[in-house]
Design a protein around this ligand. Structure first.
Ligand code: 7B2
Length: 330
């Protein structure tokens, strides 16, 4: 089996991407944020209080003849930006881009935090991290990928995110038309459950490449890139007027400033993030102060290669044993 579905930016700065999925019988279509940084599949639902729903599509298990309540099971999750949701659990038919799983655990929200309510074009999240991170209790559930893996032609999914254009999530195959040159595979540490790998170093603009290990997670659910402070200060030193603003919670700079590119290594391969991805967005509509797409990871306890970096590559999440992650130019 294989599957392929579009990853569509939800706004004009690629702050997040959504992918259509169908749940139940007859099929109910929702737009979910595929997130390699978590492992819960949860949706806005008929159990979500109306006061917390602002235009999102909802999943109604009572309208699906194949839905079954997972008695006594609950879930509760908090994300890196402090957003949170919790609820109960059904199993139902679940399809992504032609790839179906018969008894997928679908976590229905009974409570979502205000940032989810305000993110009107995200109907839920589909976790693509390792199932060890799943929060369902008393029995944790498998991700869509883990459920589908045995039936896939190859135990992989690939991520091709694009700037201001629809990219794809492919399951079970590697599409040679989506990348150029070779794919560089490196080991993955699955503890505690992220796609954790080690980058071989970085360069700012046309500067020399600094070979150093940068261990971090490949996270499609995070908008920006969060790296060690030393690297981030070295980058913004090249940007006139850049400051690390407590007020805005990170590095900001005049939108008119010229930004260098940022290159990161994976093994011997080098990936360059264009300046345009790092000149992320005005801090408010029409403002001449811009927020950086590269921010410090100090205080997070983890480095995060989010969408700003993933957009610059074609990435293979190889779920074989042992798992590896592959990066290619495109
Ligand atoms: C340690 C960490 C993160 C780890 O993940 C993280 C982060 N970065 N983007 C996102 C997230 C997103 C992507 N996302 C970010 C958005 C921001 C910053 N804003 C203003 C809006 C309107 C957003 C939307 Cl709609 N979508 N989503 C949907 C969720 C549930 C996220 C959770 N955390 N998150 C932050 C900001 N930090 C500090």
């Amino acid at each position: 089996d294989t599957g392929s579905a579009a990853a569509v930016p939800i706004d004009d700065v690629d702050i997040a991407y959504v992918t259509p999925v169908t749940i139940g019988t007859p099929p109910q279509t929702l737009q979910l944020d595929f997130d390699t940084g978590s492992s819960d599949l949860w949706v806005f639902s008929s159990h979500t209080p109306a006061s917390q729903v602002r235009g999102q599509e909802i999943y109604s298990p009572n309208k699906s003849s194949t839905a079954k309540l997972l008695e006594g099971h609950t879930w509760s999750i908090t994300y890196g930006d402090g957003s949170a949701s919790r609820g109960n659990v059904y199993v139902d038919n679940f399809t992504v881009g032609g790839l179906s799983v018969a008894q997928q655990a679908v976590q229905t929200a009974q409570q979502v935090s205000s940032s989810f309510t305000s993110e009107t074009n995200i109907d839920g999240l589909l976790g693509l991290g390792f199932s060890t991170l799943n929060t369902v209790s008393p029995k944790s559930q498998l991700t869509f990928f883990d459920n589908a893996k045995a039936s896939l032609d190859s135990p992989v999914f690939t991520v091709d995110l694009k700037a201001q254009a629809a990219g794809t999530y492919d399951f079970g195959f590697i599409d040679k038309a989506k990348y150029t040159g070779e794919i560089t595979y490196v080991p993955v540490n699955t503890n505690p459950g992220y796609w954790t790998f080690t980058s071989s170093g970085y360069a700012v603009g046309s500067g020399s490449f600094s070979s150093q290990s940068i261990t971090g997670i490949a996270d499609t659910g995070t908008s920006l890139v969060y790296l060690p402070t030393a690297i981030v200060t070295a980058y913004y030193r090249q940007v006139s007027g850049a400051t690390n603003s407590r007020n805005y919670g990170g590095y900001v700079f005049p939108c008119s400033s010229a930004l260098p590119t940022f290159t990161f290594g994976v093994g011997d391969a080098r990936f360059t993030i264009p300046s345009s991805y790092i000149s992320y967005s005005p801090i408010a509509p029409g403002s001449s102060t811009c927020f950086g797409g590269l921010q410090s990871s100090s205080g997070l306890g983890i480095n995060i290669w989010g969408d700003v970096a993933l957009k610059a590559a074609f990435v293979v999440f190889n779920g074989a044993n042992p798992p590896t992650i592959g990066w290619a130019k495109k």
